[in-house]
Design a binder for this molecule. Structure first.
Ligand SMILES: [Zn+2]
Ligand SMILES: [Zn+2]
Length: 352
């Protein structure tokens, strides 16, 4: 009976639009009081990782993420400047607790400056997305790069961030830099493989001067697609999971040889009518459940989160995780570290 219910829920869930998915998982948590565990004993290491794991990923994007966001596009620079203020505070706290995270970073942020091309367009050598709309974004007129100021980090700090990336890299906590496309492009419809390749290559190129070659990928807007193009460019892990309702689980090897990494929950309060206290208690339950099952939980957020939520949710959660790690109850790994730990466990258990 329970198996049947789970199966029906999975089918229904997969058909829901993004926002409704968030609402559904909030509701299920409210009813059950615990996160949903997905442990496939054939494809996963049957005994888990030996110890539960917590991972944090951070979608780092400044104005690029919000330029076509419905109801937020006109505030994209304001949001970006708020995000800029938060990054050093975040880094200090991650350092204080010795916790490394995966910063899924938009490629344009690595640039110190850029210029208009011969045709007056920004990045005129890059392929462009066609106009499209979805529940979160509306790109219905003009050129995809029309908001790029084509100036420099000093003049337009909402669109460039090599200074902040240097701070992330210098941070002693040991962060991973992941990739979040070059210009926060959708990767599902209407993104062709040419556009995807152009976005990925520009991103890899922009990261080179920093000595970086990212191996993990986070889809902008969680709009998934063009997996083959990512796989042929050497990505090892993608934040995308075949059973997207799984909240405590482990990466699963995909047919294209990349690892699909589940995203357990965003940290923020959206979509569930929670207060801060309830929400923090909920987030701790994800960590407890990962610890109890020897599986992993993966919590993600935008650094543009309201300051109050950073102070009252993220920071106490980091402290909670650091204390549990101190007791030997969990490990805290970046996404590439989580993939490595899963591979190691499969080898240990003779599954590879
Ligand atoms: Zn530019
Ligand atoms: Zn994003």
């Amino acid at each position: 009976m329970i198996g049947l219910l789970k199966e029906s829920y999975e089918k229904l869930y997969s058909l829901l639009p993004q926002r409704a998915k968030v609402m559904a998982s909030e509701l299920v948590f409210k009813l059950s009081g615990k996160p949903y565990v997905y442990h496939d004993k054939i494809l996963h290491p049957p005994n888990g990782l030996g110890r539960g794991v917590v991972s944090f990923s951070i979608d780092f994007e400044l104005a690029w993420a919000w330029q076509y966001a419905r109801n937020q596009s006109k505030d994209c620079e304001k949001i970006a400047l708020h995000e800029r203020e938060q990054v050093p505070r975040l880094l200090a706290k991650f350092d204080e607790y010795g916790i490394g995270a995966t910063w899924a970073t938009v490629g344009h942020l690595f640039l110190e400056k850029c210029e208009r091309g011969w045709d007056g367009l920004a990045h005129s050598d890059m392929r462009r997305l066609q106009h499209f709309e979805n529940e979160y974004w509306k790109f219905s007129s003009g050129d995809w790069f029309q908001h790029d100021p084509c100036s420099s980090v000093d003049r337009d700090p909402a669109w460039y961030a090599p200074d902040l990336i240097e701070q992330i890299l210098a941070s002693k906590a040991g962060h991973e830099i992941g990739c979040h496309s070059f210009s926060h492009s959708a990767f599902g419809v209407p993104c062709s493989s040419d556009v995807a390749a152009s976005e990925i290559d520009a991103c890899l190129e922009a990261m080179k001067p920093f000595g970086l070659r990212p191996t993990t990928w986070v889809f902008p807007g969680n709009i998934e697609g063009n997996f083959d193009t990512l796989a042929t460019r050497g990505f090892k892990g993608v934040r995308a999971f075949p059973h997207s309702w799984a909240e405590v689980s482990l990466p699963l090897k995909r047919n294209d040889d990349m690892w699909g990494i589940h995203a357990s929950t965003p940290i923020d309060l959206d979509g569930g009518g929670w207060n801060l206290e309830e929400r923090l208690a909920r987030l701790k339950k994800y960590v407890d459940r990962a610890s109890a099952t020897n599986l992993s939980t993966h919590i993600w957020f935008h650094p543009s989160l309201p300051r109050r939520q950073i102070d009252s949710l993220l920071f106490p959660l980091l402290r909670y995780c650091a204390e549990l790690r101190e007791k030997g109850a969990i490990d805290i790994l970046t996404l590439d570290g989580l993939v490595d730990a899963t591979e190691d466990a499969l080898i240990r258990e003779g599954k590879v």
